[in-house]
Design a protein around this ligand. Structure first.
Ligand SMILES: [Zn+2]
Length: 438
């Protein structure tokens, strides 16, 4: 056993004693039929609901009001009768959702922030934490990645010096080199030193910037086993440059701290839903609802993440052999609307506009949209555009939002929200608009 592997294994045994067991059962169940997986989901759901009923005052009330007091016969299809939980519920009624920590051997404090800037904190029990890590490790194994292999992590998140030092220490345990921002990337001249890493992960926009930098240097690194993007949309032109310098596309991991890992891309390019860990429902207005089957210490049941997700047809069979359903596309956030005087349009329209321009016209455009005024939209571009390109953008956008006036601006100083690069930033007060429109 090499030294890094030993350090990793010891760290894991100390922090996540139940991880190894979870990984074994997950590796077994990835071979299961859909029918068996559904049966497992139902069993896990009953057990989670019974526990939540008993120990989480928030869910007890919710279940009682929905007419449930016996959950032993509960079916997955009965979930629709339980009201949806939103992030503001988890924040405002935090202590009522949280299960008494003394019921668990060990809990970890988690902190996560939404795009609205509100912070959600909760305690995650060891079993949940370990299960989630095990799901991730199983997904890594599809790409032949061992977790202790040297890896590079683009974080894109500025933290205080003290936190940075603490994080750096923990990173050494998992053989990880973390890059906090783009300037650091250039300063440390990470390019040219990639041979020693096995995989890279980080915000998709940072991976893209990095790939562009490598392209400029004329460097290619096809030895990497996995290039994984998180948290942000991955545009087709990101993939093009990734294919060029890494010889492979950026694969997607989809999930959140409270929901756990929802889906992970297999080597055949399909994002399989982690059926052993989550139940996904789709609501026409609220997008996907997640029930996190391991979330005992802080139950997350029928939770609206605020994403629209498109699933692949049920009869599609992935060549990898797994029977877990497939997420075809995560098309964007809900509640972030582009507003005209009379209508509101989902912001993922922007993604479609630029995706169409890439596939139909071969245009690779980095943009960021801002709305300061109802009926008007400002789109920022890093480089000046040719008049023909301006016209194409304006026409494509008008196909979706004919009553929003577009202003194209050269401004390469794209703003990020809590470290994440957003494709759309709304500067309007939504509530105010709610009254104006209705
Ligand atoms: Zn697959």
């Amino acid at each position: 056993m090499n030294f890094k592997k030993l350090v990793y294994k010891l760290g894991q045994a100390w922090r996540n004693p139940s991880l190894a067991g979870h990984l074994r059962s997950l590796k077994a169940s990835q071979e299961w039929s859909r029918k068996d997986l559904l049966k497992l989901q139902e069993e896990k759901l009953r057990s989670l609901l019974s526990f939540a009923f008993k120990h989480s005052p928030y869910y007890r009330e919710l279940l009682q009001n929905a007419g449930y007091d016996n959950l032993h016969e509960f079916k997955v299809k009965d979930l629709q009768y339980i009201p949806i939980t939103f992030k503001h519920h988890l924040i405002d009624q935090n202590s009522k959702v949280q299960v008494e920590r003394s019921l668990f051997k060990k809990t970890f404090l988690c902190e996560t922030s939404g795009s609205s800037g509100q912070i959600l904190t909760f305690y995650r029990d060891e079993n949940w934490d370990s299960f989630n890590r095990a799901v991730q490790l199983r997904s890594y194994s599809w790409h032949d990645v061992q977790p202790w292999e040297p890896n590079l992590y683009f974080w894109g998140y500025n933290k205080s010096a003290l936190k940075k030092r603490k994080i750096r220490f923990l990173d050494t345990l998992v053989n990880r080199k973390r890059i906090f921002d783009y300037d650091e990337l250039v300063r440390e001249k990470i390019y040219g030193k990639l041979d020693k890493f096995s995989f890279i992960e980080g915000y998709s926009s940072m991976l893209y910037e990095f790939a562009l930098l490598l392209e400029k240097q004329g460097e290619t690194y096809t030895h990497l086993k996995m290039v994984k993007g998180t948290s942000e949309m991955i545009y087709p032109h990101y993939q093009e440059v990734a294919n060029k310098v890494f010889g492979k596309k950026i694969i997607s991991e989809y999930g959140a701290a409270e929901s756990g890992l929802i889906a992970f891309e297999c080597p055949h390019g399909n994002m399989h839903i982690n059926m052993e860990g989550v139940i996904l429902e789709s609501d026409p207005n609220e997008g996907i609802l997640v029930t996190n089957l391991s979330s005992y210490s802080f139950p997350v049941i029928r939770y609206s993440l605020g994403d629209f997700v498109k699933l692949k047809s049920e009869d599609f069979e992935c060549p990898c052999g797994m029977k877990h359903p497939i997420v075809e596309e995560i098309s964007g956030r809900i509640g972030h609307n582009l507003l005209s005087e009379k209508k509101r349009y989902p912001s993922f329209i922007l993604y479609y506009v630029f995706k169409n321009l890439f596939f139909n016209e071969g245009l690779k455009i980095d943009y960021q949209a801002h709305q300061y005024k109802i009926g008007e939209m400002e789109i920022w571009f890093k480089k000046p555009l040719e008049p023909k390109v301006e016209e194409l953008i304006t026409n494509e956008f008008a196909k979706y939002c004919p009553d929003i006036k577009l202003r194209l601006v050269i401004n390469d100083n794209f703003r990020s929200v809590r470290g994440k690069l957003k494709d759309f930033i709304n500067h309007l007060n939504e509530e105010q608009h709610e009254q104006e429109v209705s």
